[in-house]
Ligand binder design. Structure first.
Ligand code: ZN
Length: 198
């Protein structure tokens, strides 16, 4: 693309590499950024760098957090014997927003996908197994109802069951392929309450 200056092209390329941002959006954002006051641009870049530098994985549940142990895991009033397995931190936030789940979480940071070459070793399953050495009563699998989510659910269920721990799966009714974060709270709660034994 020889239409724009090299600096603009570079910015467009970087933005277009972000998930969910196509070429047109990248151009629109790039020109928006270039026209923004410099102090606003600095606040944005500082926020990005700051988040990248300071956000880490919770030592218990692997969610993204500002401290060694996330607020949910640090909360003694939560039921630490009930672990809900989710694909990512946004799914955790979706369940937290309902304010009705009393247990703790485990964040996988992905799902098993043979097609994309993502195997069990590429998500945080080892960490989950380690946690199960402790006092755990139930593992609720709340991965998405996509093919990858279902594959992951089956894998976890097979992995955990021999340990004699109760394994449940949130009820379907959550739209197929739908990201948990886009589902309303009532539907999430219904899925949780209607969970079935695996
Ligand atoms: Zn945690």
């Amino acid at each position: 693309m020889g239409l724009y200056s090299g600096h603009i092209n570079k910015l467009i390329d970087e933005l277009a590499a972000l998930p969910g941002i196509g070429g047109k959006s990248a151009q629109r954002l790039a020109f928006h950024l270039i026209n923004m006051p410099k102090d606003k641009v600095k606040r944005l870049t500082d926020a990005i760098l700051d988040a990248r530098e300071n956000v880490r994985y919770c030592k218990e549940c692997c969610t993204l957090t500002d401290s060694d142990i996330c607020p949910v895991c640090a909360n003694k009033n939560r039921n630490h014997r009930m672990i809900m397995v989710v694909e990512n931190t946004r799914d955790l936030a979706a369940y937290e927003k309902t304010g009705r789940y009393e247990g703790v979480y485990h964040v996988l940071h992905g799902a098993i996908s043979p097609m994309l070459g993502i195997g069990p070793g590429d998500i945080r399953l080892k960490e989950l197994l380690q946690r199960l050495q402790g006092d755990v009563e139930e593992v609720i699998i709340a991965t998405n109802s996509s093919l990858e989510g279902e594959t992951t659910a089956m894998y976890i269920s097979k992995m955990i069951k021999p340990a004699g721990i109760r394994v449940t799966r949130i009820a379907s009714g959550v739209p197929v392929g739908g990201d948990l974060e886009y589902i309303d709270e009532v539907t999430l709660l219904r899925a949780l309450e209607g969970r079935v034994e695996l």
